[in-house]
Design a protein around this ligand. Structure first.
Ligand code: GA4
Length: 336
C-alpha cells in the first residue's frame, strides 16, 4: 500500500501524448443489435480493435437519464457528504485516488457491487438520506445491462462458432459473477486553460480492463481515448445514445489473444464535465481463466498459464493501473 499525499495539478498532466492525426483514424465499428447478422461484425471488431459501439440496444433512455440525474445529484453534494461514502474499500466514493497503488486522476467516482441483493444504502448510508431511488434505479439499470452484455457475449460465441453459445455469457449470468459498476465524474478544471500548452490533464490513466467485457455509456462530453495498434491515441467521439463495449483481459485470454483487450484512458480537456457509467462484467472468483480448447487450432499452444479470476484480481490490485498485467500470466514472456 502506497502512502497518499494530496496531489498537485501538475501531476495530472499527460506528458507523453502522441498527437492523433484525425485523417488516419480508423472508423470505430458500429454494431446494430437489432440486426441478426451482427455476430461476424462483432468478432471482427474484437479481433481488430477490442472495441466497438452498440446502437439500437433497447435500453430505455428514460432509465439512463434517471440514473444520470441521480449520479449528477450525488456528485454535486458538498465534499464532506461525498467523503462520508468513501474511500472505496473496495466499494464506495473515491476522489482523485484510483486503486491502492498511488494512481491518481482528475476524477470523482462511485464504485458499486452489482449483486442485486447488495444494499447500497448500508454501504453508502448517505444514499438513503439523499436519494430514495438510487438503489432501485441502479438495480434496474444493471439488470438490463447484464442482459445486453450476455446477448453480446452470445453473439461473440456464435461468431466464433463455439459449441455452446453460453460459453462466455454463463460467467456473467452466474449468481456468483464478480461484476462491478462504476460511475465516473470528471469535473471541469478551470486551471486547465492556463496550462493548455503543457498537455492534457489525465482523468483516468491508461489501462486495460481486467474483466470479460465492459459496457460504457457517457454523456456528450469527450475524453475517452483508445490506443491504436500504431501507438497513437484516438479520441472516441462521445455519443450519449449509444454504448461502447470493450474486451477485457479475461476475454483476451479465453480467446488465446484473438480478441484484444484494448488500452484506453480519459483525458480532461474542456470546461465541461464528463460523466460515464460502466458495467464491468466479470466471472465468479473461482472461475478458471484459460483459452477455450475449442478455439485452439491444431498445434496452437496456449499463450497463457491457467489462473483463476481471484488470482488475477489479487495480482491486478497490487500493481499500478498502467501495468500490463497479462504479461505475468503469459507462458512465453519474461515476467516483469
Ligand atoms: C480498471 C477497471 C475498473 O475501473 C476497476 C479498476 C480498479 C479500481 O479502480 O479499483 C483498478 C483497475 C480497474 C485495474 C488495476 C487496479 C484495480 C485500479 C487499479 C490500479 C474497478 C477494475 O476492476 O480494474
Amino acid at each position: 500500500m502506497v502512502a497518499l499525499s494530496k496531489p498537485t495539478i501538475e501531476q495530472f498532466f499527460v506528458k507523453t501524448c502522441k498527437p492523433v492525426n484525425p485523417l488516419t483514424l480508423p472508423e470505430i465499428p458500429i454494431i446494430d443489435l437489432s440486426k441478426t447478422d451482427s455476430k461476424h461484425l462483432i468478432v471482427n471488431a474484437c479481433q481488430d480493435f477490442g472495441f466497438f459501439k452498440v446502437v439500437n440496444h433497447g435500453i430505455p433512455k428514460t432509465l439512463i437519464d434517471k440514473l444520470e440525474a441521480e449520479a449528477t445529484k450525488f456528485f454535486s453534494f458538498p465534499q464532506s457528504v461525498k467523503d462520508s461514502a468513501g474511500p472505496p474499500n473496495p466499494f464506495g466514493y473515491g476522489n482523485k485516488n484510483i486503486g491502492q497503488n498511488g494512481d491518481i486522476g482528475w476524477v470523482e467516482y462511485l464504485l458499486l457491487n452489482t449483486k442485486p441483493e447488495s444494499d447500497y444504502n448500508k454501504l453508502v448510508p448517505i444514499f438513503k438520506e439523499h436519494s430514495e431511488n438510487f438503489q432501485y434505479i441502479v438495480d434496474e439499470y444493471l439488470k438490463l445491462l447484464k442482459r445486453m452484455a450476455c446477448e453480446i457475449l452470445e453473439l461473440m460465441a456464435e461468431g466464433l462458432k463455439l459449441e455452446s453459445k453460453n460459453a462466455f455469457s454463463k460467467m456473467l449470468a452466474d449468481e456468483q459473477s464478480d461484476s462491478v459498476f462504476r460511475v465516473n465524474y470528471y469535473p471541469p478544471c478551470p486551471e486547465l486553460q492556463e496550462h493548455e500548452k503543457t498537455g492534457n490533464l489525465i482523468g483516468f490513466g491508461e489501462h486495460t480492463d481486467p474483466q470479460i467485457i465492459s459496457v460504457l455509456r457517457s454523456n456528450n462530453t469527450s475524453g475517452l481515448e483508445i490506443l491504436l495498434k500504431d501507438g497513437n491515441w484516438a479520441l472516441v467521439p462521445p455519443d450519449s445514445e449509444s454504448f461502447y463495449i470493450n474486451v477485457g483481459d479475461s476475454l483476451q485470454v479465453m480467446t488465446n489473444g484473438r480478441f484484444k483487450s484494448i488500452k484506453h484512458r480519459v483525458v480532461t480537456n474542456s470546461m465541461n464535465s464528463r460523466m460515464s457509467m460502466i458495467y464491468f462484467g466479470g466471472p465468479p472468483l473461482n472461475q478458471k481463466i484459460a483459452p477455450l480448447p475449442s478455439l485452439l487450432e491444431k498445434d496452437e499452444e496456449s499463450l497463457y498459464n491457467e489462473f483463476t479470476w481471484f488470482e488475477y484480481k489479487k495480482y491486478a490490485y497490487n500493481v499500478a493501473l498502467s501495468h500490463n498485467r497479462l504479461t505475468h500470466f503469459e507462458k512465453f514472456s519474461s515476467k516483469i
